[in-house]
Structures are given as C-alpha cells and as structure tokens.
Design a protein around this ligand. Sequence first.
Ligand code: 5AD
Length: 377
Amino acid sequence: MMKSLDALLAQSTFSPDDLLQLLKTEDPAECEALYAEAFRRTTAVHGNCIYFRGLIEISNVCVYDCRYCGIRKSNRAARRYTLTRAEILEAARYALAAGYGSVALQSGERSDPKFVDFIEDVCAAIHRMSVEEFGMTEGCGMTLSFGEQTPQTYERWAQAAGNRRALRYLLRIETSNQALFAHLHEGRCGAQKTWQARLRALSDLRAAGYQVGTGVMIGIPGQSLEDLVEDILTFGRLDVDMLGMGPYLVSHGGDMVSEGMMEHKALMRLTRNMLAATRLALPTVNMAAATALETLEPGARALGVLTGCNVMMPNVTPQRTRASYQLYDNKQGTESEPDSNVRLEQELVRVTGRSIARNRFGSSLHYRSRNAGLPAD
Ligand code: 5AD
C-alpha cells in the first residue's frame, strides 16, 4: 500500500516497501522534503560538522579488469603511474597541515609482496609524520582503500598505520545483485571477483579491527530499484560503519560503453534518493559525498551533504598524476589548482551551513557505539 511521503518521513524504521517508495520519489517538492529530512536527521545525530579526509590516489596500476572501471588492467590507453614515497608524504603533509586530521589512501588493486611492503612503509611514515611533525599524540586517522587482501596484509597495514582508534578501510560491494556483480567482474578468462570473496574480505577487515566502509554504484545498467533496496538492507546486515556511494558514470576506458548510462537528471535524482533513503535507514553511519557526484554535476558534492552525507574526501594527490586516475569519464578535480580545496571548503560552508571539523578523527558514531567506552573524538 502506498503511504503518503509525510507518513514515511515520520517513521524511524523502514520496510523494504517503504525504502522502495522513497527511491521512487519523483515530484520535485517531495524530493526536496525527503532530502531536507535526511539532512535534518544527520544534523540531529552527527551535529553540524563535516569530516574531511585528504584523498591520495597512490597508483592507477591494477591487476583486475572490472568492466566499469577506466583504470582496469586491459585499458591500454591509461597512462600508468605510481607516486613516490616522497610525493605521498608531501600530499599527506598538505592534508594534515590543512587540519583534515585524516588521510585516505587509494589505488588500483595489487597484492604482490613489493606493493604490500610499499604500502606498509608509507602508512608507517605518514603515522610518524603526524606524530612528530604535527604533534598528533595518537597519530592521524587513516583510511585505506586497496581492494581485497589477505588477513595478514590487513594486520600488517593496521600495525603500520599506528592508530587503532582511527583505522578505516573502504571496500565497496558495488551491487548486492549477485548476477549483476558477476557480470561487472567478468574478464576474458571468466570470473575475477566473486561476491563471496568480497563478503569474506569485509568480515576479515572487521576482525582485524578496521572501521569498515562499503558502498555501491547507483544507476548501473541492469540495476533495478529493488536491487538498491537490497543494497541498503545489506549495508544494515553487514553492520557497516561507513558508506560511499555515487552515480555510475560510463567510462570509455571500461568495457560497458555499449550499455550506456542513465540520463543526467534522472541519475542525479536517483542518487540523491538513494543517499537520503540510506541516511533514514542507517542514521549512525558516516556517509561520504563521492567525487562521482561532483563529476555528474559541478557543485553536487554540496548537494550530497544536503542529502545526508557527513564526510568529504578532497583530492590532495599531486597535480602531475591526477588526470591519470580516471575511473570514469571527465572525472572532476583533475585540473584544479592547489587552492581549489580551500574554495571547496568555503563553498561547502556557504551552501550547506555546515562547519568543517579540524584535527578530529571523525570516526562514525556507529563505530563508537559498537565500541562503548571509546573517548569522544
Ligand atoms: N562510475 C562510477 N564509479 C566508479 N567506480 C569505478 N568505476 C566507476 C564508474 N565507471 C567506483 C567503484 C569503486 C570505486 C573506487 O570507484 O565503486 O569501488
């Protein structure tokens, strides 16, 4: 039975049918009411702060061939790079000097010993820098996003990162529709990624003490609204601490060009509906406004905040390599000058009325309430 939107927005728990109805919202005034309620609840639970993580895209070298992704292995047109240790430290220094309190390290997927050692070394070096140069007693927060690894690797990196209280890992499930997941990750020689392995990785990460983040792409060709509802239910079942979700954007370096993508306006609406519905269903998680949103529409990361996001990951990667980390076409921020992050901050504060947290870990309330007794941060 259809409920009125007003009735739905007064609820604190949501059935699958309720979530489906939220995702279907089309009327502009109703959409605005939905987004405003998501924003209001975010403020009530998380306060008025946005947490920043300085995003460093360490390398676009990747051993996998995910069909949606522009830096997949068989895209010959991608110019491959790996930042040097010094470049990574310089980028981290920029983020810490700006008071972000936390860095996010990401790259294409590799798990060879040389790579694992390199990341371990870099994590330890950033930790040391945050303590010695910036006087952060416990060290800065660190979010890692390096795909599926072994439990041993998660543990080594956790030790190197040095601050168990602000240790995080992002690993999106991409979609909870297992047939679609299989289709997205099919290579020339069959399945390269399995849904089971992805779930195992998330549980290994939890066991290793990470705050665990996941997410999906929204508007993937072949994805239904029911799939998105199931995504939200899956996030709840996995008991995740953090979420990052953005629109699916076609990539000419990928292998899905012929499948097209949703039209701009409908994709924008569906993305915001999904963010808002997720925020209503999962009030205590940290939710990041994705770069893909900004690519779909300049300025839209602020709209993400107005729809329930409370985390932002400004790109602090050195200019020389930014354009090469092209997961999808026309990725935003590849040409912006060094002070663009300062403008991003000013614009965010102006448009959303939020303030930007300085020198805080910004761990999700969800994580902190699972670990009662943790000091506030
Ligand atoms: N459109 C949107 N998001 C994408 N990602 C990769 N390729 C695309 C694309 N074409 C996202 C995936 C991945 C994250 C690092 O980037 O969700 O987990």
